[in-house]
Write a protein of this length. Sequence first.
Length: 446
Amino acid sequence: MVGPQDSRILGPLFGDAELARLFDDDATVRAMAEVEAALARAEAEVGVIPRDAADRITAAAANFVPDLEALGSGTEESGVPVIDFVRQLRAHVGGDAAQWLHWGATSQDIVDTALVVRLRDALALLAGRLDGVIADLAGLADAHRGTVMAARTRYQQALPTSFGLKCAGWMLPLLRCRERLPGLRLRLLAVQFGGAAGTLAALEDDGVAVMEALAAELDLACPPLPWHTQRDAVAELGSWLSLVTGALGKLGQDAVLLAQTEVGEIDESAGGGRGGSSTMPQKANPVTGEALVAAARLTAGLLGTLHQAQIQEHERGGVGWQMEWATLPTMVVTAGSALAKAAALLGRLSVSAGRMRANLGPGDGLILAEAASFALAAHMPRPEAQALVRQAVRAVLADGGHLVDALQARTTAPLDWERLRDPACYLGANDALIDRALAAAAGTSG
C-alpha cells in the first residue's frame, strides 16, 4: 500500500471505496476520454473539425481501453499522462478522424477538466452524506433538548446544559459547510481550455467559441479565461473538505471524551460490540470517534500542502499541479469516509441520560454556583451575592455537603431553594436556541 486508504487492512478505517473509485486509473481514463470526445463535438459545432470526425472520436472514446502500463511509462517520461493517452486514443480512433483528436488543446486542459468532471460527482456524494449527518444531529437535538448534562469549559464542569444543545452545536458548523457548497460549485466546476499557453492561439478566432461549446457539452461553467495557474478554486475545495472533517473531528473528540469510563455519558460501541481490546475484555474503545479526529487532523495537514500548490509558475507550471494530484484525492476520500463514519456513530449512539444527570455535581451542587449568585442578586448587591456564594463553595469543598444547604445556612434571602437545587431549571434559553438551530437547518439545502 502507499496510503491507508488503499490498504485492504486499514482501508475500512480510513478509506471510502465509493469515492475512491472516482479517482482510480479507470475513472481517470474514462474522464479524459469523455473530455476529448466533448472537445471534438464542440469543435465540430463551431466548425473547426469535420462532424464525421467528431462522431468517430466520440464512438471510439466510449469503448477505449488503454494500456495503463504504457500510460505510466509515458507519465514518468513527460510528467503528464495525456501525451501517451492521446497517442493510444488516436490509434484506437484510426483513419482520418484521428488527426482531429485533441485539436488545439494542451495536456492540462484535459487533466484539469477531467478532474472537475469527477469532482462534480464527488461533491454530489459528499453533499448527500452531509445532509444525512445534519438530519441525524437535528433529530438528536430535538429528542434530547431535555436531557440535562454538565457543560464543560476548559475540561471542567461549568453549568448545566442539555445534550440536545450539544448536538445542535455539532450540527451548525456542518450546516454552514452545506451553505458554502453552491458558491464553491460555481467557482470550481468550470471547464479548463486554453491551449498551450492559455491564449487559444491554435484556434485563432474560434477559441472562445470552442471553450463555450465545450463547457456546454460537459454542463460546466465557462470561466472568463483559462485558469491553468489560477488554483484558488481547487484550494477552496480543500479548505471546504478540511472544514467538514474539522467539524466532524470536534464531534468525534467530544464523543471520545463523553465515552470515557469515568464519564460514561454516551456509548458509541453498539453495546460493547465494537472497539474491543486484544487483552482487556471489559473495554469498548471509541474507535469511530477516534477515526473522526484522525481524519480531521490528516485533512488539515494536507490542506497546507494543497495551499502550497497555488504557487505556480507563469502561465503553466508543473510542480504545484503534481502536488494537487498527490493530495486532493486523499482529502476527498478522507472527508467521505469521515461523513460515513459520523452517520454510523450517530446511528448507533447510546445516550445515558441517567449518567449525565448523576454526573451533575456530583451531589454537591457546585455546578449551580452561577445560578445561585444570580438568584441572590435579586435580593442584595451582586458583589455581595457573589461573595456569599464563594464562601459557601469553600465550605462545601472543605466540609462536604450541598451548595444550596450551605447557602441557606448563611442567608435569609427568600429564594425558591428547591427550584435552585434542580439543574434543569438553569438551562437558560436552551429550547429557544435549539429551535433556532433546527429552523436554520430546515431553511437550507445542499
